[in-house]
Structure formats: structure tokens, C-alpha cells
Design a protein around this ligand. Structure first.
Ligand code: XMP
Length: 534
């Protein structure tokens, strides 16, 4: 196991949606960050020997009933503290300042004027773009503090207690709308806390493995492997941590792209020697989907079948009660009992599924993460990627030796090609879409555009149109191309792909895919359209 980092910043989470972003910014400084609950005791924090503490923002008001409060002993640990937004208000409130409710909520961009020489703004210009999101504001700073920056609305936009090395920022340095925020946090981490750059993704892997080993002990873990980035990286990580205590189940639902099942079996079964149960349930899914055209019903049927197939697979893999296998009264059953279900949940999944009510993302994730399974099967969850963002997960995957075709893979929906075939799903229509999609992916990869876009795929429409091929009239299917750029899938725009690449894709599909005589390019953004067509 590699060296664990010596510098560490503890982040107390007061419920901000940006807490994980702060943690990420600290990781970007190559410093270990650890998020703890807001009420972690000063003793517990001191035991971690942090170089600094960051108090996150949060939606509460310091005076509010039930407002999350820290253990105030943390201010006596002799460790630098940075309070962000609510975190700053808390610090001021507990150290003798005054926080008041303001009628005018300050939200959005504004200009910060730095008016003193201070370590936090070292090497930064005097005027900075910043991003605010607060209602309460500081009206009196505690003794020993001084204001180091102001905004039009606030004389105390940033404060400092130089002796104790306590700092407060009324705005959010962690968000991208504060463009130099990273430098402010870097100044805190390096100049004020004295951290060294001694943390890498390699140390993340070591740390995560140690945590999984501790959580799981000698028990067995089951993981639903989809071949997507998240579950693949989770599988590789767990395999490194607990080897054969991990079993992966890969369900072929018959709705996969071409070669997908083969790739997963090759990479995980042959290369990584992961215990992999491959279940070909395509006939079952296709039979359940027969005659169904409504998008929501398709999703429901697929979700339901998936849970059943997965459960059946786990039952088959599990030791019979009493520890003896059927038909063999003498030999003990070597099959394990699974106590844990591993999932490749990422940080954005956590926010999307809790924060955005009514957004399909919530539903997406519950299916994607085999929602309901842990409860039904009485399994405990293992989620080693929970604190990471997608690009960090890709880096972890690459470091674990996963090939680029998996690590850099575009997102693919759980219900697979079913939501890209409008109308009924049949074997023939799946064949058409799969062949067309393979051409899209192949041409995008060959021109290197595949890795520059969020998603690029084909959709089969329930529309036939007249064409002419040779001397003959044709009456065939239509393929739509959906190629979008996006940061997170929540909003998206269509990619202005070069015409010659579009022409090549179109010509190849029409020439090579039997049953298609027309290709269209989808030029809708999200919103109002969605990325998938169903
Ligand atoms: P939409 O179509 O809602 O998609 O704009 C946003 C992103 O989510 C993916 N997606 C899904 N992922 N299960 C998933 O795991 C699903 O049911 C699902 N539906 C959409 C989609 O590919 C895009 O990246």
C-alpha cells in the first residue's frame, strides 16, 4: 500500500450543496480532504491531525431553530479555520460577532474589492468576480478580526483573524462562477494551513481500498456491472481491495449496443479475473417488451425485469441455508452469502436524486443504481466512489488499469436501446439500430470526435419514407443522429459536427444498414428537448 497523505483538510458539512465541490477543490490542490458531519466533536477532528478546517455553507440561519452548530471547541485546536458563507456566519456568531437577517437576499455575481495585504488573497488582483448566495449577513465582526475585502452590499465580504489564522468568506470560492476561487482556496491550503502536495488519485485508491476492507471484513459483496464507467470503476476498485470476495453480475437485457457484452466479459472476466456471472436474459426482456410502445411503460418493465433477474442471479450464487448445496449432503457449499451490495454511485447522483424533485434524474438513478434492491435483499451498501466527480472516477479507472474504451465511455441509459427505438422493440428493429449505432460510434472514434462530445448515438424512428436505390423505389426506416455536448447531462446542445463527418456517417448508414434509407440530424437543445428520445 502506498504512502498515505500527511496533509489533510477537514471539511465540516453544514448541508451546502457545494460541500463536495470544496472537497474536490482541495483534492485539486493535491491535498487530502475529508468531509465530516457538522457536529463532529473537536476530539474526533483533532485525532485526524488536520492542517486546517473548512466550515461549509448551508441553507440554515445561525439563529434558526435547529440550525446545525459545530462543536465550538474546534476554535481552540490551534488549527486554521476557513468559514464559507454560513460557515463564516457561524464562526462570527460563536466568536462574538453579529449576524443579522437581511431582507435582500444577495444572489449571483458581484465584485469583490480586496483592501488589505493578506495571505488569503496572495497574488490575486484587487478586484475579483465572485458569486454569492446568502440571505443573512455579518453586521459586526468579532474582536481580533478585521475586514479584508468588501462588496457593494457588504463591508465584511471577507474577514481575517491573523493571529488565530481564522478566515471567513461571505461568498462561495468553490464554484466556477468565482473564477479565482481556486486560488483563494489554494492560498488557504498551502500558505495558511501549510499543506504539502502529497495526495494523488493513487492515494485515493489506497485509502478507498483500506476503507472497503474495513467495512466489509471477510464478508462477500455483489455488484451489478453494467459496463458503464461508474460500475466498472467500482468493480475494479473493489476487486483490488477484496479480490474474490467480490462477485459481479452482468445482465444482458438484449438492449445493449454491439459488442458490449463481449467487451465486459473480456475486460473483467479474462483480463482482471473478476468473479463474473454473465446472465443472458435478452429473451425474457424482449418478451416482456412485446407490444409496448409507451416510453414510461418500457422503462418500468425493464426496471422490474432487471430487479428480478438480478435477484435470481444472486440467489443462484448464494449458499443454500444450512451451508450444504443441493444434491451433495457431504461437501459443504462453497458459495458465499452476500451481505453487501456495491454501487458506483457518484457525488452528482447523490445530489440529483435528493435535490432535484420531480426531475427524471431522480428516477433514472433509482433504476440505474438498482434502487430498492438493498432493502429487499437486506444488503448493506458499499459506495466507494460516492465523493468523486465523473472526471475523477475516470482518472481512478485509468490508474486501476481499465482500458480507454471503458474509462472514456459515453453515458448509456439503463434501459439501453429500448429508449432509442421509438415504438415497439423487435429483434429486427434492434438489429437495425445496433448496426447504425456501431457506424456512428466507429466514425466518431475514427475522427476523434467521440471523446470531445457528451454523447453520440443513433435513434430509430417509427417513420418510414420513400427513397430510391439503384432503379428501385424503397420504403424504409429513418435514423436520427443525436450528438450533444453537455457538462452533466442536465442541459445540452447539439454539436456543430463537420459536414463531411455527418456526410460519411449518413452515407455509411444508408449503404450498409439494411432497412434504412434516410438519416436526419437532431438539432434540438435540452431543454426543451431531452438527450434521449424517450
Ligand atoms: P435525458 O434524456 O433525460 O438524459 O436528457 C440525461 C442523461 O441521462 C441519461 N439517461 C439515463 N441514464 N438510466 C440511466 O442510467 C436511464 O433510464 C436514463 N435515461 C436517460 C442519458 O443518456 C443522458 O446522459
Amino acid at each position: 500500500m502506498g504512502e498515505l497523505a500527511a496533509s489533510r483538510v477537514v471539511i465540516l458539512d453544514f448541508g451546502s450543496q457545494y460541500t463536495q465541490v470544496i472537497a474536490r477543490r482541495v483534492r485539486e490542490c493535491q491535498v487530502l480532504s475529508q468531509i465530516l458531519r457538522f457536529d463532529a466533536s473537536a476530539e474526533e477532528i483533532a485525532a485526524l491531525r488536520p492542517s486546517g478546517i473548512i466550515l461549509s455553507g448551508g441553507p440554515a440561519s445561525v439563529y434558526g431553530k435547529g440550525a446545525p452548530q459545530p462543536d465550538t471547541e474546534i476554535f481552540k485546536l490551534g488549527v486554521p479555520v476557513l468559514g464559507v458563507c454560513y460557515g463564516m456566519q457561524l464562526m462570527a456568531h460563536h466568536l462574538g460577532g453579529k449576524v443579522e437577517h437581511s431582507e435582500r437576499r444577495e444572489y449571483g455575481s458581484s465584485l469583490l474589492r480586496v483592501n488589505s495585504n493578506c495571505e488569503l488573497f496572495h497574488n490575486l488582483p484587487e478586484v475579483l468576480d465572485i458569486w454569492n448566495s446568502h440571505a443573512d449577513k455579518l453586521t459586526k465582526i468579532p474582536r481580533g478580526f478585521r475586514a479584508i475585502a468588501t462588496t457593494e452590499n457588504s463591508p465584511f465580504a471577507a474577514i481575517e483573524h491573523p493571529k488565530h489564522r481564522f478566515y471567513g468568506l461571505q461568498f462561495h470560492p468553490e464554484v466556477v462562477h468565482t473564477p479565482r476561487g481556486k486560488d483563494i482556496l489554494a492560498n488557504f491550503v498551502y500558505r495558511i494551513c501549510g499543506c504539502k502536495m502529497d495526495w494523488t488519485m493513487g492515494s485515493f485508491i489506497d485509502q478507498a481500498c483500506a476503507e472497503v476492507q474495513q467495512q466489509v471484513g471477510t464478508d462477500h459483496v455483489i455488484l451489478g456491472l453494467s459496463g458503464g464507467v461508474d460500475s466498472s470503476v467500482a468493480a475494479a476498485l473493489l476487486h483490488k481491495a477484496i479480490g474474490d470476495q467480490l462477485t459481479c453480475v452482468f445482465v444482458n437485457n438484449g438492449l445493449l449496443r454491439s459488442n458490449e457484452a463481449e467487451t465486459v466479459q473480456r475486460v473483467f472476466g479474462d483480463n482482471f479475473h473478476v468473479k463474473l456471472k454473465y446472465v443472458d436474459a435478452s429473451a425474457r426482456f424482449l418478451s416482456s417488451l412485446r407490444g409496448i410502445t409507451d416510453p414510461e411503460r418500457k422503462r418500468k418493465v425493464i426496471g422490474r425485469d432487471f430487479v428480478r433477474v438480478f435477484e435470481e442471479a444472486v440467489v443462484q450464487l448464494t449458499r443454500a441455508k444450512g451451508g450444504r448445496s443441493k444434491g451433495s449432503a457431504k461437501s459443504p457449499d462453497s458459495r458465499p452469502t452476500f451481505r453487501f451490495l456495491a454501487q458506483g454511485t457518484l457525488y452528482p447522483d447523490v445530489i440529483e436524486s435528493v435535490a432535484i424533485d420531480g426531475n427524471p434524474a431522480a428516477m433514472i438513478k433509482s433504476h440505474h443504481n438498482v434502487g430498492g434492491l438493498p432493502k429487499r435483499m437486506k444488503l448493506k451498501l458499499v459506495e466507494p466512489l460516492r465523493q468523486l466527480f465523473k472526471d475523477e472516477v475516470r482518472e481512478v479507472g485509468a490508474q486501476l488499469g481499465l482500458p480507454k474504451e471503458i474509462v472514456q465511455r459515453q453515458p448509456f441509459p439503463g434501459p439501453g436501446l429500448a429508449v432509442r427505438i421509438l415504438g415497439e422493440i423487435t429483434r429486427e428493429r434492434l438489429r437495425i439500430l445496433r448496426d447504425a449505432d456501431a457506424i456512428v460510434v466507429g466514425e466518431m472514434k475514427a475522427s476523434d470526435w467521440y471523446y470531445r462530445v457528451w454523447q453520440s448515438f443513433a435513434v430509430l424512428l417509427p417513420v418510414r419514407s420513400v427513397g430510391v436505390m439503384g432503379d428501385e423505389r424503397t420504403y424504409e426506416n429513418t435514423i436520427a443522429l443525436r450528438i450533444v455536448e453537455s457538462q452533466d447531462g442536465m442541459t445540452a446542445d447539439w454539436v456543430r459536427l463537420p459536414y463531411d463527418l455527418l456526410a460519411r456517417i449518413s452515407t455509411r448508414i444508408i449503404n450498409e444498414v439494411k432497412g434504412v434509407n434516410r438519416v436526419c440530424y437532431d438539432i434540438s437543445s435540452k431543454p426543451p428537448a431531452t438527450i434521449e428520445w424517450e
